[in-house]
Design a protein around this ligand. Sequence first.
Ligand code: BGC
Length: 711
Amino acid sequence: MIQYEPWRIRCEGREDPKFLESIFSQSNGYLGSRCTFFMDGAKAYERCNYLAGGFDYISPGVTDMVNLPDLFHFQLSLGTGEYQSFTQTLDMRNGLFERKSVWKDKEGRETQIDISRFISMDNKHVSALSLELTALNYSGNAAVFMGIDGKTVNLPVDDDQTKENLDTVSLLSVSETETGEGYCFLKAGSKASSRLHVAMTARIFQNQGTAKDASTPDCPAKELNIPLLEGEKVRIEKILYTEAVLVDSETFPQGGQDLRPHVINRSFAELLKDSEGAWKSRWDQADIEITQKGNDSTIQSALRYNLFQLIQNCPFEDATVSIGARGLTHGRYKGCCFWDTDIFLLPFYLYTDPQAARNLILFRLNTLPDAKKNAKALNLPGARYPWMCAIGGIEQCQSWDIGRCEIHITADVAYAVDNYLKVSGDETLDSQSAQLYVETARYWAGRFSYDQRKDVYNLLFVKGPDEYCGVSGNNAYTVLLARHNLRLALQAVQRKKAAAKASEMKTWRDIIEKSRIEYDSDRDLYIQDDNFLRLEAFPGQKAGDGSAAYHQYDFDWLQRYQVLKQADLVLLMVLKPELFTDREQKAIWDFYEPLTLHDSSLSFGIHAWAAAYLGLEQKACEYFDKSLFLDLENRMKNTGREGIHLAAAGATWQSVVFGFAGLALGTDGKPELSPKLPKDWERLSFHFYIKGKRYLAVIDGEGGKIEAEED
Ligand code: BGC
């Protein structure tokens, strides 16, 4: 359905509108908007516009992303009829969405309707819409209603808290509206705790016709009366300035009192040019060029789309927010952030935009006090990172098996911090990181159970990354990463970056030495957890349409069989290859890969990386294809219903850079390549940063080369 050009994706026709609303969603990491239009009949909860970190409560302790007034709100009345043609395009160089269509009414009058919109990468507050109308075979009039609609409600989404959620809730209340010469203004605040205040000013400009105030309650607007002369194009522009204040008692002292109308007196074209300039700098850092044999640009285009989503959903300059599992493209998981950010997304930013990565790490470092509160709430010492979080680092996941037991997140965070420090060379976060290692080590010391009879430490009642394993004991991924976390804490204390008691350190060492993992020495195989070998062979059959097995089978049933939802030990094998011998790595792949259903979007890209790492080219290419096109081809059948799967995009990047190019840090801390280029790729090249230095990697038929760039 999607057509691919090196820098653009295009779609003809209007099938599966929900899917396309996700695919063409736009953002700049501060504001995000699904590609929906009021003129198409999109409901108040379907026109989703979000602010990074723009959460408030829907019930005590449970947050949701507040759906903002619709940035691109307008209505156009051209009488009943139907579309003759309909094309949507996204230009990834500048984030411009264009929709060109011809509408034919019952009398046979044809009007060309061209809509363009973007959210500025140059000025995070700015977004712009242009509407061009051309009467193709008649002269007449068009009425356009354009304003700011504050009557939005939240998108009800089924999730871990609410299995079937059809309830819309109005989270925003409009406090002020105003219309003046050529502009409309609206100010609103979130209802529950008045945490979010937002002000929007729309400058509305048209090159023909008249405008009058047409405001309705909570919707300041203009009605434009536009004369249409056959063959002549008329143009209307809406330039929007959005400003928000988040009132968090500690971080932001004041409310939204100072928010006033802010009219931007610049044109769509000028603002787009600025945005394109900012996009260019981002692409200079992050682009990957692939030359395929036969000059097919499909993979190039699809890969850019994955990078485009990673770039546009990153709150580059802000360390007070992180990135939700679907970024700002959908309200799935109520906008919460998971380990997706630390393990799947962070590497992309770390190697292409270290400052953005620094902010993501700072988010974890700064929410250490919340992590301590989470541990305390669970009667444990130290700091325990939340499986899901929205405001700060307070746990949002309410389910027991996932929220309480999927505790690898804490070790994932420590791993990510260490990864960041090693790759960036940033020493300014050393002490804060050391504190995080020590507090999380204290948590692990409390969380492991000592079995005196056998003199071992068990990690009981845990769920690993494979969420089909139920709640079991000694999940190897979690235990091995927890040991890494404990080692980081010991090193931090030894380097005198943090303090800990000798008795605490002894416990940490004991856990490293005596924590139990099931291992089959005949097969050199790490066993996923204590239960795994007791489970029966999976008798089920996954539906052939790509949708996850948990839609057919209950989790309770799934947990009794040897079947994996997603990469578990396979993931650890690529994150920490030094923990395993070559034989062990091969054993992990041979045993677990055939048992994995890939029912999480996080799985394919990691399997592509692992297969490339093990030299299994065909498997690597198959998994890469699945990850690369996961959203673009709606492979899991939920892109429309759930938004863009950012972790899959991050894993796709990792499969190219760490898998096919084999980029890794050598023992001397210098970058090295061990290329495993697919046969039909002629050349692969990309830039990356290590310790503040920029490099260019080029891989072709001759092998791989890294060049350091001049400062
Ligand atoms: C996956 C988790 C992931 C979450 C958010 C779940 O389906 O199993 O690993 O963190 O989605 O992407």
